[in-house]
Ligand binder design. Sequence first.
Ligand code: ATP
Length: 250
Amino acid sequence: MKPFIQLTDVEIEFPVFDAQSIGLINTVMRFTGMPRSQASSPAPIRTVQALRGINLELRSGDRIGLIGHNGAGKSTLLRVLSGVYEPVQGHIRQYGTVSALTDITLGMDAEASGQDFIITRGIVMGLSRREARAMVEEIGAFTELSERLHMPVRTYSTGMLLKLAFAVATTITPDILLMDEVVGAGDAKFQERAQKRLHDLMSRVSILVVASHNEHLLKSFCSHALVLDHGRIACRGTVDECLAFYHAAE
Ligand SMILES: Nc1ncnc2c1ncn2[C@@H]1O[C@H](COP(=O)(O)OP(=O)(O)OP(=O)(O)O)[C@@H](O)[C@H]1O
């Protein structure tokens, strides 16, 4: 079966609590040792409807750009596609391996060595232990961190951490690649190599979804686009059509 994603009437909403209620819950739990599940939650002061009535079908070969103003719902849609958020309504069907370059350092264990991080991520992404081990040398060379890979990642600078996470996330070619803007990591020299690696990966995957404000990138890599507006799909079409729609609405 070829990779696909199908979203039907997907809705996402976030409950928003005020800072005072959250502070109170945390204090009660700290003093009583009560697990969060047993603490009575305060009512949210409001809910933010981040996505409304999203119907979307992506097939092998689709390369889609997500366009929209800040807060329009682009990152939320990527997180639904990657399985991080479960819709409150509607449903998702999908087939194919997914890699999301959205939260690349998520779940990083500070005590693990760089080498352990590479191997663990490789296994999580579906490689055998032997295949995951084989990634270590290439990633060490690409990041110029070979000498540091035996040390815990808590000893790395922020730039080193990002470089490592980026290199790991871009080593394996998934069927479906989800990206939020273009991931930036490292100094200018690394950026240049990172862009090339990213562009190679983008051209290899079967389905690409990229949220970006960079029109050049959208025109270079995407055939079609969606304009999101307050959580709804306001326009679907070629990248040029969608950019024209987006600018006319500004
Ligand atoms: N964890 C959260 N809790 C509450 N509201 C949230 C949360 N995450 C996102 N939102 C809200 O959902 C809406 C969509 O946000 P999202 O991050 O998807 O927008 P975006 O289009 O990616 O914006 P940007 O271009 O600024 O990255 C916004 O109103 C945002 O404030």
